[in-house]
Design a binder for this molecule. Structure first.
Ligand code: OAD
Length: 248
């Protein structure tokens, strides 16, 4: 079991078979907050990022939620309100288009729904989804939610609703499914992540030997080598370049 924050716990998610049909490549995309930056959403660790103005231990842990639920709910209410005001950018859209030619899976650390709104139809959210809530009394009681959550919003059984977000120290339910997908990849494109949070940051290690790896980030934490091509650019221009390289 792996726990988020350096040791992440996970339990088996549903296992979708990853089929490879002729002429189609299995392309796996791993995204982080950087892909949504040009849509207007803040990243976490850049200067003026979310973790500069907020204490991660207070707003993104179960302990923080137990201490001050109103503070945590308001942090995610602000995120949700902002999300409803922004749109997918050219990088989200280009990745969605890629699925017309290839078998594309998106594995995102992001809790926004910009990949889905761009049209991607195989999206795994490792760290949960901002537009869903789950019951504090039952981890499986999850539903769509696009307004503020306040203390006192409770499920049918009287338990408080909480954001459907994987907080530090909590299980990452989608990890097994994500590993299975990366293991079948012919190409892995990583976009806009500082690669600091595990187990997400370790996923690329599951790529098969023959897979080509690409990393798009204006401030990349990795350097190019025999298997990895780093494109030190913003997502909107960098993703277009990677797609061009793959199509060649
Ligand atoms: P970070 O904030 O750690 O990293 C954002 C990355 O995006 C950095 O490497 C930036 O250089 C890059 N970036 C900035 N602008 C960009 C642009 N226009 N195009 C492409 N890249 C750009 O965000 P994550 O790596 O996603 O988890 O953070 C991982 C996890 O840590 C998040 O899912 C969140 C956070 O704590 C939880 O809250 C559970």
């Amino acid at each position: 079991m792996q726990l988020i924050n350096h040791t992440l716990k996970h339990y088996a998610g549903s296992k979708e078979p990853v089929a490879k049909s002729q002429n189609k490549m299995n392309i796996t995309i791993l995204t982080g907050a950087g892909i949504s930056a040009e849509s207007g959403l803040k990243t976490f660790r850049d200067s003026n990022g979310l973790w500069e103005g907020h204490d991660v231990m207070e707003v993104a842990t179960p302990e923080g939620f137990a201490r001050n639920p109103a503070l945590v709910l308001e942090f995610y209410n602000q995120r949700r309100r902002q999300l409803l005001e922004v749109k997918p950018n050219a990088a989200h859209l280009a990745l969605a288009q890629l699925q017309e030619k290839h078998n594309v899976h998106i594995i995102t650390q992001n809790v926004d729904d910009l990949h889905e709104r761009a049209g991607s139809n195989k999206v795994i959210h490792l760290h949960g989804e901002l537009l869903k809530v789950r019951s504090c009394g039952n981890i499986k009681n999850i539903k769509h939610w696009d307004k503020d959550i306040i203390v006192g919003d409770v499920c049918e059984k009287g338990h408080q609703w909480r954001p459907h977000i994987v907080w530090f120290g909590e299980a990452v339910p989608a990890m097994d499914e994500a590993i299975t997908i990366v293991e079948k990849a012919d190409a892995v494109i990583i976009v806009g992540t500082s690669m600091q949070v595990y187990p997400a940051a370790g996923l690329m290690q599951y790529a098969p030997e023959h897979a080509k790896l690409y990393f798009v980030d204006p401030n990349p934490s990795l350097s190019s080598n025999d298997t990895l091509t780093v494109i030190a650019e913003n997502a909107t221009t960098g993703v277009a370049k990677v797609i061009e390289m793959i199509e060649k």
